[in-house]
Design a protein around this ligand. Structure first.
Ligand SMILES: C[S@@+](CC[C@H](N)C(=O)[O-])C[C@H]1O[C@@H](n2cnc3c(N)ncnc32)[C@H](O)[C@@H]1O
Length: 450
């Protein structure tokens, strides 16, 4: 039995897909972040886990040859970039290896293709959430949450964002201070400003959404004036009211306080309206590669009816529309469906219909009607699809399914469910989130009795 605060040493045997390195100490598994395979490390035990012990890294005694100098001052504090200390080509190898392991653990027969990375794996994020709080000295703190805590790491610059966004971070902090916006206090539940969400488009224009605990915005005019004075790239400013005590960032009500309240972006040859509450892929160039791959896997003759489930604002739906007879996009978030309907009009695409429904419900209705569906595209959130969805898919029996996922673990689970009736042989990986532990994957499934 190990004790809390006990200092021990060991050699890292493996780095898991969640970024935790593992070594064995007196038959106990010890898990530690920010280490690499083969490294000799000194750690301090912080917590007992079911599977062993969690430890904090004290010192790397013998570094790995793939370790690199980290240029981020917030590394190991903000918790977003777990792989910053690893040379990028090895991060791609690590991600490929993790998926190979997952495939083998799930006893699936899948050829794992090497993870496709970026030439420059930085400055790629087009979305930012700055969270606000006050420190013990009652000074404003604005940045990202430490993992699994409500503690905010004060951030002025993030390697995953471009220089325009980093300038905006500084501008926003300066203007919030200058306008003396009252910072929300999670403990007392009093205050006004909770978060600021920023979305950036390819033209480097910004949508800024202030998430506030209350509706009355004293000094609104001054805030808008001051921000526009220092940052000409701000295209629109929105107030989102979230009075709930929840870790969900956005509330339901929104007030447009400057500009159109939405932003447009170009992706894969189409123009997309994005509102603050809709999902939009955060890595533009990798997203285009991923969509290209997903669509190139399908064999289409132009006569197909396609259902694009979990369609968001219709990015994939509109990209596949010109190749088939009809596409139905299904999405639970009503704001996203509203955006999708505008996007259909803006891009002058007429063989597309968007439905605001739970994907499982909608597929069940289609299965009940015995609808003839040729292709299903699925791109669920991290939880993957539920049984209702998967069982309906098995009843509908589309000839081809393309499954895009941001969580290969749930994707493997769902593939196993579908393997009764579907063949799949390749999994393609895209590094949508360089320097973090996350990876995006795409698989084509073909009906067995074709
Ligand atoms: C990973 S995003 C993919 C969106 C889109 N395909 C894209 O690439 O931009 C998943 C989407 O599924 C939606 N969603 C989550 N649960 C859902 C459900 N049960 N039924 C339908 N859509 C759902 C989310 O709102 C989100 O827009």
């Amino acid at each position: 039995m190990l004790k809390k605060k006990q200092k021990i040493s060991g050699e890292i045997e493996q780095v898991q897909s969640n970024g935790l390195g593992v070594f064995t100490y007196q038959k106990n598994k010890v898990f530690v972040k920010y280490v690499l395979q083969g490294e000799q490390v000194e750690v301090i035990i912080t917590r007992k886990l079911k599977e062993g012990y969690l430890a904090e890294l004290l010192r790397v005694v013998k570094p790995s040859s793939i370790r690199t100098k980290v240029k981020c001052p917030y590394f190991q504090k903000c918790g977003s970039c777990n792989y910053l200390h690893m040379l990028y080509p090895f991060e791609l190898k690590q991600k490929t290896q993790e998926i190979k392991q997952l495939v083998s653990q799930n006893r699936l027969k899948l050829n794992v293709h090497n993870c496709e990375g970026m030439d420059v794996p930085y400055s790629y994020r087009n979305k930012l959430i700055l969270s606000f709080s006050k420190n013990r000295k009652n000074e404003m703190v604005a940045g990202f949450y430490e993992p699994f805590t409500h503690h905010i790491v004060n951030i002025d610059n993030c390697l995953l964002h471009d220089k325009e966004t980093n300038k905006l971070i500084k501008d926003l902090k300066m203007v919030v201070k200058k306008c003396r916006l009252d910072i929300y206090d999670e403990n007392t539940k009093y205050g006004f400003l909770r978060h600021i969400l920023v979305r950036e488009n390819q033209e480097k224009k910004f949508m800024v959404t202030l998430v506030t605990a209350t509706k009355e915005f004293r000094g609104k005019k001054k805030f808008v004036q001051e921000l526009l004075k220092v940052n000409e790239n701000v295209e629109t400013i929105v107030q989102n009211i979230n009075s709930r005590q929840t870790s969900v960032v956005l509330g339901d009500e929104e007030i447009n306080i400057y500009g159109r309240g939405i932003i447009y972006d170009d992706l894969s040859g189409h123009k997309f309206k994005i509102s603050s509450k809709s999902f939009y892929q955060i890595n533009h160039s990798q997203c285009e590669k991923l969509y290209d791959k997903a669509l190139s896997l399908l064999k289409l003759n132009g006569d197909e009816t396609v259902v694009d489930t979990y369609c968001g604002i219709g990015t994939i739906t509109l990209s596949v529309a010109s190749k088939v007879k009809k596409v139905i996009g299904v999405e639970l978030n009503e704001n996203a469906v509203r955006d999708a309907n505008v996007n259909k009009e803006v891009n002058d695409i007429h063989n597309v219909e968007f439905v605001n429904d739970d994907a499982g419900n909608y597929m069940q209705k289609l299965a009940y009607k015995k609808a003839k569906i040729d292709v299903v595209i699925m791109d669920p959130a991290r939880d993957g699809s539920d049984e209702k969805f998967l069982d309906s898919l098995l009843k509908l029996q589309p000839k081809q399914i393309v499954y895009i996922s941001c969580n290969p673990e749930t994707q493997m689970r769902d593939l196993k469910h579908l393997s009764k009736q579907y063949h799949f042989k390749d999994i393609y990986l895209y590094d949508m989130f360089p320097r973090t532990t996350h990876v995006e994957s795409v698989v084509l499934l073909q009906r067995k009795n074709n």
